[in-house]
Design a protein around this ligand. Structure first.
Ligand SMILES: [Zn+2]
Length: 182
């Protein structure tokens, strides 16, 4: 089932998620619906707040062919896509990468964001089993972007002051159309 995607301006995007006690059938269905919604919107990640939920949950799907660097692609190969992560915790991160980033809650917008190059994340999978993933490059970026959402942090918070200023008009307009929360 496709879920409506919340846009910048809705206060839920600034709320912190809460851990789930267990992965119930209803939460499993939510994860499946989020995957369907993410694919339909041609995104590579979606967090619970973006569909109006507050559970600690995100989904990510970065197909291997999206990763141009073959070494990075091989490094990420053991990670099953789509990745479903309940109650994610970052165990380690290292390195640095800077690239253009967008978000389904900010349609038609993008900006440059610096993030760690590699991340190690522990979480529960869609069956409620513990999993640890170690990802690099674009997949690490997507995981870190979605992890931020669960703490009410948005990619625009990472932009340089100059870039923020360039986008200020668009951001203000988008926020105003969706409830006014910044
Ligand atoms: Zn996002």
């Amino acid at each position: 089932m496709l879920l409506p995607i919340v846009k910048y301006g809705d206060k839920v995007l600034r709320e912190k998620s809460h851990a789930v006690a267990s992965v119930t059938p209803a939460l499993r269905k939510l994860a499946e619906d989020m995957i369907e919604t993410m694919h339909s919107a041609e995104g590579v990640g979606l967090a619970a707040q973006q569909v109006g939920h507050r559970e600690s949950l995100f989904v990510v799907d970065v197909p291997p062919e999206c990763i141009k660097d073959l070494e990075v692609r091989a490094f990420n190969a053991p990670i099953r896509m789509p990745l479903v992560a309940f109650n994610p915790v970052i165990l380690a991160s290292e390195g640095s990468q800077r690239d253009t980033e967008g978000c389904l809650s900010f349609p038609g917008m993008s900006g440059s964001v610096t993030r760690p190059f590699e991340v190690t994340l522990s979480s529960l999978d869609i069956d409620g089993n513990p999993q640890v993933v170690n990802a690099r490059g674009l997949l690490a970026r997507a995981i870190l972007h979605e992890f931020d959402h669960l703490n009410g942090v948005l990619y625009v918070d990472h932009l340089s002051a100059v870039e923020k200023l360039t986008m200020a008009g668009k951001l203000k307009k988008l926020a105003k159309a969706n409830g006014g929360a910044r």
